[in-house]
Design a protein around this ligand. Structure first.
Ligand code: V0V
Ligand code: CO
Length: 146
């Protein structure tokens, strides 16, 4: 059995206007933006807001604005509107996690790790095989605090 989740790394939240949503999280919850990136391959502009530090690393809220309608987040917004888009779990070794979870009849959207926020290696699991939850595996870069 796969037992490699170390923490909730982040919850991904889809929004139409990244700057507006960041302001809301800052002014309502006092969260602080620690990273902003454009990820062309994933079709998003995103910001990570730090929530807490734990023994296995930090956890974040990831705010996501699509770069166009024909992107994962763009399609999600059109179909479902703003809200929770995915859950990202921390793992120590994303390639090993993919192998173990792929053996369990869960479709892997990524056969191998891709580039994620703040230097992480990431991979997604199909929401239809995870009870309707788009699930992301996140391996933080080695040797750096998360
Ligand atoms: C789509 N569906 C979802 C969903 N997105 N269900 C739950 N949560 C989501 N986020 C459902 C959708 O309602 C449909 O079900 C069905 O899946 C097929 O959706 P679709 O609109 O036809 O779209 P597809 O099939 O073209 O693409 C859906 C998938 C795609 C999940 C395969 O979005 C994908 O590959 N996502 C992984 C990449 C990603 O999301 N990147 C953005 C975050 P019904 O309605 O037919 O029943 S990037 C990120 O997090 C980074 C960089 C990071 O953390 O560092
Ligand atoms: Co994410």
């Amino acid at each position: 059995m796969f037992t490699g989740f170390t923490r909730i790394d982040h919850v991904g939240i889809a929004c139409h206007d990244l700057e507006e949503r960041i302001s809301f999280y800052e002014s309502t919850f006092g969260l602080v933006v620690v990273s902003r990136e454009v990820n062309e391959a994933q079709g998003v502009k995103e910001a990570m807001l730090h929530v807490s530090d734990g023994p296995s690393g930090a956890s974040y809220v990831q705010l996501l604005e699509p770069m166009g309608p024909d992107t994962p987040v763009g399609k999600f917004l059109a179909k479902r509107g703003e809200g929770v888009h995915h859950v990202g779990y921390g793992v120590d070794d994303v390639a090993a996690a993919l192998e173990a979870i792929g053996a369990k009849d869960v479709r892997l959207l990524d056969e191998r790790p891709r580039h994620g926020s703040m230097g992480a290696s990431i991979a997604f699991l199909h929401p239809k095989d995870v009870g309707g939850v788009l699930t992301e595996l996140v391996q933080a870069p080695k040797g750096e605090p998360e």
